[in-house]
Each structure stands twice: as C-alpha cells, then as structure tokens.
Ligand binder design. Structure first.
Ligand SMILES: *Cc1c(COP(=O)(O)O)cnc(C)c1O
Length: 224
C-alpha cells in the first residue's frame, strides 16, 4: 500500500528545501494534490493527512468525487485540465479554482455560469510558455486580449498565471513566467498566484517564484 501521508510529508520537505535554497518562506508555496484518475479512498487518506487543496483534470470524474466528498466542506477543488465549452457549467458550479483558462470564450462562459454563486471563481490564465504547438495555453503575446475580457467578468477573480513548461525545460522557461507574472501583477493587483511546478520540476518552479505547485505522482503514485 502507498503511504499517502508519508508521501505528502516528503513533498512538503522537498518544498521546504527548495524554498530555503531560493531564500523564500515555505508558507509562500501551496501544495495542490493532483488526484486525477485516483480513487476516492486515496483522496480521503490525503485529507486525513491534512491536505485541503485538490486538483482534478477530467470533469465527469471530478464531479463524482466532489459529490462523494461533499461533507468535507473545507476542501478547495481546483480544475487544472483542458476545458471544453460544453463543460463550463459543471466546472463553474463545482470548483473554487480554475487554472487552465486560455480562451476568451471559456472565460465568458465560466463567468455566466458562476453568476448564481456567492463567491467568484478564482482563476489563473494558462500560458503556453514553451510555445509548443500541441500544448494548451495562451501565447504570451495573446495575453492582453484575454485579460481585457477577464477584467470585465464580475464572477471571476483573476488570481494569476499557470504554466506547464515542456518536459526537461530549463530554468529559463520558469524565469520567463516569473517575469511575466511580476509585470502583470503591477497592473492587476488581485494576482497573487503563480501556478507552476509538478512532481518532477518543483525546485526549478520554486526557484522562479512559484506560489502553488501541482503534485500528482509523488503523492499518489504513477498513473496508468
Ligand atoms: C497531472 C498534472 C499534474 C501533476 O503531474 P505529476 O507529474 O504527476 O506531479 C500537474 N499539473 C497538471 C496540469 C496536470 O495535468
């Protein structure tokens, strides 16, 4: 059996070490446990170990888990996967965060479907920092157009940027994100979140100012 509690403790240690190396405080970095494809029992184990932020990528699967774990009302659910417009209603009604907005149409739809909730949806815009053709994410040069629409969306709270740098990306890609984030933050004061770093590149991300790392396999084991 995988000891999820031990894995979380290990990842927290890695985060603390990376923060120390980068001369940052460990509490500047939030751990998001990415539980996609993993069974509810594993999420419960993580919850019992104190984990409260969970990330999911597939809408149907996520809604089932969120419904099953409804009684644990202090969980924050983050949607981090690609978004189809026909899924925006389910996403807007079940999640507190969405990290993967990269199109104007998706932002508008999420805003419309969030109108009946008390709290705005926290959002990050996903940036295609490595310029990969097949990757989702908005290219940095297209960010201003997307931001100008997000600004008008009262039911969305712009919290920051998200990136998935390409496999084996150098520190430079992460630093590019850090720079972009710092620049935009001046213009958009609600931005406080730089969502980057996964099981394999935590350190590079934290070195470059990441405030939220999305960790799956290092906590729950590898996915099939
Ligand atoms: C699956 C996933 C992760 C977690 O990846 P690991 O390498 O398992 O830590 C992080 N971010 C996104 C967007 C993902 O889809």
């Amino acid at each position: 059996m995988i000891a999820i509690k031990d894995n979380i403790a290990e990842v927290e240690l890695q985060i603390a070490a990376a923060c120390q190396h980068a001369h940052r405080k460990p509490d500047e970095v939030t751990l998001l446990a990415v539980s996609k494809t993993k069974p509810i029992e594993m999420l419960e184990q993580a919850y019992n170990a104190g984990q409260r932020n969970f990330g999911e990528s597939y809408v149907q699967e996520a809604v089932e888990k969120i419904t099953a774990l409804q009684s644990k009302s202090d969980i924050f659910w983050h949607f981090i996967g690609p978004i189809q417009t026909n899924k925006t209603k389910l996403i807007a009604s079940h999640f507190s965060w969405v990290h993967s907005i990269d199109r104007i149409k998706v932002a508008k739809r999420l805003n419309e479907h969030r109108s009946n909730q008390d709290t705005p949806l926290n959002i990050c815009l996903q940036v295609n920092i490595s310029g990969e053709e097949t990757k989702s994410g908005v290219l940095p040069q297209d960010l201003p157009a997307l931001l100008s629409v997000v600004e008008t969306c009262d039911n969305l709270c712009l919290r920051g940027l998200m990136a998935i740098p390409e496999k084996n990306a150098s520190q430079a890609s992460f630093i590019e994100m850090q720079t972009l984030f710092a620049t935009l933050k001046k213009q958009y004061p609600t931005m406080d979140t730089l969502s980057m770093g996964m099981s394999g590149d935590l350190q590079l991300a934290i070195n470059a100012g990441s405030t939220l790392v999305r960790v799956g396999s290092a906590i729950f084991g590898s996915r099939n």
